[in-house]
Design a protein around this ligand. Sequence first.
Ligand code: TRP
Length: 361
Amino acid sequence: MENIILTGDRPTGRLHVGHYVGSLKRRVELQNSGEFDQIFIMIADAQAMTDNADNPEKVRQNIMEVALDYLSCGLDPEKSTLFIQSMVPELTELTFYYSNLVTVSRLQRNPTVKTEIKMRNFETSIPVGFFTYPISQAADITAFKATTVPVGEDQLPMLEQCKEIVHKFNSVYGETLVDPKILLPDNKACLRLPGIDGKAKMSKSLGNCIYLSDTEQEVKKKVMSMFTDPTHLRVEDPGHVEGNTVFTYLDAFSKPEHFAEFWPEYANLDELKTHYERGGLGDVKVKKFLLKVLQAELAPIRERRKYWENNIPAVYEILRKGSEVAQAKAAQTLAEVKAAMKINYFDNDEWIKEQVAKFSK
Ligand code: TRP
């Protein structure tokens, strides 16, 4: 069996450092590992429409932003197929058939859907398309016969739902779909990076994100205003690293090399934490170090972004060609799905022969 990756993001805004440590960075590593036969990276515009039906222009504009973020992080169109979800209509057809294999009560129990409904204040006016997006996500994954789905932790319930659909489909219609594996970040801090205000989730509406496309000055301003330890009032006070955003970011981003390069007084993060907890280490110093670490990580991303921003027609071609490749792959799977369900009436003469025999007296 081939090793295939499928993953993606909704184009509802620019991608931030939470996306980066939670998934993008890993994708690039996987891409460059050479262990995968095919890699599909999807800009999920159709899924973004499920809660932005009144603002398709927002989705439309952010397709290019997300494509630029992908390329800036090092996704390479020679190795990974970047495509736009709505350009692959087979996905909607698969969704329609899978819908019959999922109950309303099962969708109501999906934790991601539950939290998202709360977050959006949908209450009783939940759009049907939004409510059923886990099914469409199962179509995304299975259409490409993905074996590995590298995503953030919030997508875990989506993967579980997908696996249930795969098992149900295969048991009703015969072995057809591939059972995917989720790949979560191995660093705990990367699972869910908090916003700069310490709030659990980075979100555009809270204004607490560091974007991959932020300038050096913007990143500086954000890091220096980061939430730390509210009980650490004077430098001499003992500090807490638990729940301290600056340290969570260091957990996610810093490497021993960064200490050697930027702060050789400490050998590693553990030593720095011990000093902070003992007292006598000011927040500003730690923030300045984090800033250096972040800038070191973001500088090459910014450079590549500049290159692609000056080559937008080339990005357009990457997406157009990628969408063609993705469409061909999904069409193949859809044909297999329809064959398994025996609704491929015109593919061969099986059905017509049956019907002739049935009606001939
Ligand atoms: N739900 C993902 C997000 O919100 C985007 C997505 C759509 C996706 N289909 C997918 C991710 C399939 C992984 C696999 O960003």
